[in-house]
Design a protein around this ligand. Structure first.
Ligand SMILES: CC(C)(COP(=O)(O)OP(=O)(O)OC[C@H]1O[C@@H](n2cnc3c(N)ncnc32)[C@H](O)[C@@H]1OP(=O)(O)O)[C@@H](O)C(=O)NCCC(=O)NCCS
Length: 245
């Protein structure tokens, strides 16, 4: 039987080509952190220096992505991998704890929502309100006020002026908006605030020239999943992040 072997790719353009133009490869590209890249059959993998150290990411069928990761880990020891969920059984290296999460993308502005009109860009003076909102709403949030990677914080206040929902935006790849820290105060959920801030931030990005808007979500977050899908976001990849060893 013919088995494909690991082929090193010279640069990000080669990785995009080898992936067939996969949205994760095109739009989750961290230029500063991008390291080495490989293909194996129809699978691709690359290393990226993230907030929590070097990580190996892979895409492709479970069997091929798992074989790619196993071979690449022999070349570049990394503490973390992010692979398609169905690749885990094929990774021939001991793995530890991690999370399952979905990477979403859209290139189309959502249907306008009346509540978007009251979504505003927050100012440094709003930092204390924002920190309190995130503390009570989203303990697992990936961004906090003052995070240098965030370009704009969006927020929405209720009739009494209380900050009830927020979303952060940063440049993930050139011309790609990545949303994070989307949260609604627990006492104000189910009233459309979350959809309003997400729709507003997505629209601002796409009308200001962003090619795509992306976000990541823990796989068990069914409320957020329904909200994002209703706004036109699609799953680009269901990932499993795991510690190596
Ligand atoms: C996800 C989150 C932002 C949604 O905020 P929200 O303001 O409640 O969102 P919306 O009101 O726009 O509602 C979204 C959908 O969830 C439903 N929903 C919201 N809260 C609900 C609840 N407590 N129980 C059941 N359904 C709920 C809404 O009815 C709506 O569905 P529908 O349009 O089919 O009726 C909010 O639940 C939250 O802050 N969660 C914690 C942080 C988090 O997980 N953020 C997302 C990270 S990716």
């Amino acid at each position: 039987m013919l088995t494909s072997s690991l082929v090193e790719l010279p640069d990000h353009a080669a990785l995009v080509a080898a992936s067939g133009g996969h949205p994760v490869v095109r739009w989750d590209h961290d230029q500063a952190g991008f390291g080495r890249a490989w293909s194996l059959g129809g699978a691709v993998g690359w290393t990226v220096q993230g907030r929590r150290g070097l990580a190996l990411m892979a895409l492709g069928s479970g069997a091929e992505a798992g074989r790619l990761v196993t071979a690449a880990l022999d070349l570049v020891p990394v503490p973390r991998i992010a692979v398609p969920v169905d690749a885990l059984p094929y990774v021939g290296t001991a793995l530890g704890e991690g999370d399952d999460w979905d990477w979403f993308w859209t290139t189309a502005a959502p249907v306008p929502r009346p509540g978007e009109r009251t979504v505003v860009a927050l100012r440094p003076a709003d930092a204390a309100d924002l920190a309190e909102l995130l503390r009570v709403s989203s303990p697992r949030t990936s961004a906090q006020p003052g995070d240098p990677r965030v370009r704009t914080w969006f927020g929405q206040r209720d009739a009494s002026g209380r900050l009830v929902a927020c979303a952060a935006e940063r440049d993930q790849a050139p011309g790609v908006w990545h949303l994070q820290a989307i949260a609604t105060h627990p006492a104000h959920r189910g009233r459309g605030y979350g959809a309003d801030v997400t729709a507003a931030a997505t629209r601002v990005g796409l009308t200001n020239g962003a090619t795509a808007v992306t976000l990541g979500m823990y796989a068990d977050n069914h409320v957020a999943r329904r909200m994002y899908e209703r706004l036109g976001f699609r799953v680009g990849q269901a990932f499993a992040t795991r510690a190596v060893g």
